[in-house]
Unconditional design. Structure first.
Length: 307
């Protein structure tokens, strides 16, 4: 009995020592990421909070101005213009992206010969570097020899300089967003493959048409995937920058002055780092607001598998 009582504490000590060793190893393995997060993410975030209350032009030391940057925000007309441009692009392009991506996913979800090649073709534009894509679209939209005007000429439609006029320039960016639905299409494909075929077989036996199966089976069971694409799509379109910077740099007449582009101009062209921080935090709060609304209403239309 005495020997048993002596053995138990030893086993416990070994187990506790093993757990401590695993915990130490876990922290050591996570340490590079923690250092990188603190230095490259958390540090700049905290410093941007400080910049909210200072004026800094890179050349001279930061000067404390209190809430003056927030006062400037209220009187800045370009803020309203950039928010309108961003909202116009977001709330038109995102629904269109979802519709096109879902339609492509349904088409590419067929058991056809060479279907993998077709999937790769539609996915390829979404992994092209943004600058290369923008240069490609400059060639497509060229008023003299662009492909788009050439196609319109076949149908006897007069082309135009698409990036010269505000309305057409905004719509060009929507068209480009639709061209990049490959990533969303792949996600929709994964969602479609996750729906059990037995449900469709049972519905067919009960006499449900293909359209009824789509409305009552596919869309509800695909709602979590749709919700994911919707949230990520809105967050991504609110942060559009590279293509606008390369194609139009905010023109014509500030029609494509998206919010992130305006933040960039404020910080690195006009050297108003404090005011740019105010704009950045405002954009963050706007994105957070719309994301919170989506999660709030998700329970009304998103259906998750239970059990």
């Amino acid at each position: 009995m005495a020997s048993t009582q002596a053995v138990v504490p030893v086993a416990q000590r070994k187990r506790l020592g093993l757990l401590a060793s695993e915990r130490r190893d876990g922290w050591l393995l996570a340490l590079p990421w923690l250092i990188g997060f603190a230095w490259f993410t958390l540090g700049p975030i905290l410093y941007s909070v400080y910049l909210l209350f200072v004026k800094w032009d890179f050349m001279s030391p930061p000067k404390w101005v209190g809430f003056q940057n927030f006062v400037d925000l209220v009187h800045d007309n370009l803020v309203g213009i950039s928010l309108f441009d961003t909202s116009y692009f977001t709330f038109i392009s995102v629904p269109l992206q979802l519709l096109v991506a879902l339609a492509l996913a349904l088409a590419l979800n067929q058991s056809l010969r060479g279907i993998s090649l077709y999937r790769a073709i539609f996915y390829l534009p979404s992994i092209v570097p943004a600058v290369a894509m923008a240069v490609t679209w400059i060639q497509i939209l060229n008023p003299s020899y662009g492909i788009l005007n050439g196609v319109l000429a076949v149908f006897h439609v007069t082309g135009q300089n698409w990036l010269l006029f505000p309305t057409s320039a905004r719509n060009v960016f929507i068209l480009m967003a639709i061209w990049l639905v490959g990533g969303q299409t792949i996600i929709f494909l994964a969602g479609l493959n996750g729906i059990p075929q037995s449900i469709y077989e049972a519905a067919t036996v009960d006499g449900a048409s293909a359209w009824n199966q789509f409305l009552n089976i596919t869309l509800p069971l695909l709602s979590p995937t749709t919700f994911f694409n919707l949230v990520v799509g809105i967050i991504g379109t609110f942060q559009v920058f590279t293509t606008a910077f390369v194609l139009t740099n905010g023109g014509p007449e500030n029609a494509t002055l998206f919010m992130v582009l305006y933040i960039y101009d404020t910080a690195f062209v006009n050297f108003q780092m404090g005011y740019a921080s105010v704009l950045s935090w405002m954009l963050f709060l706007i994105i957070l607001f719309f994301t919170a609304i989506q999660f709030r209403v998700a329970g009304r239309w998103v259906y998750y598998e239970v059990g």
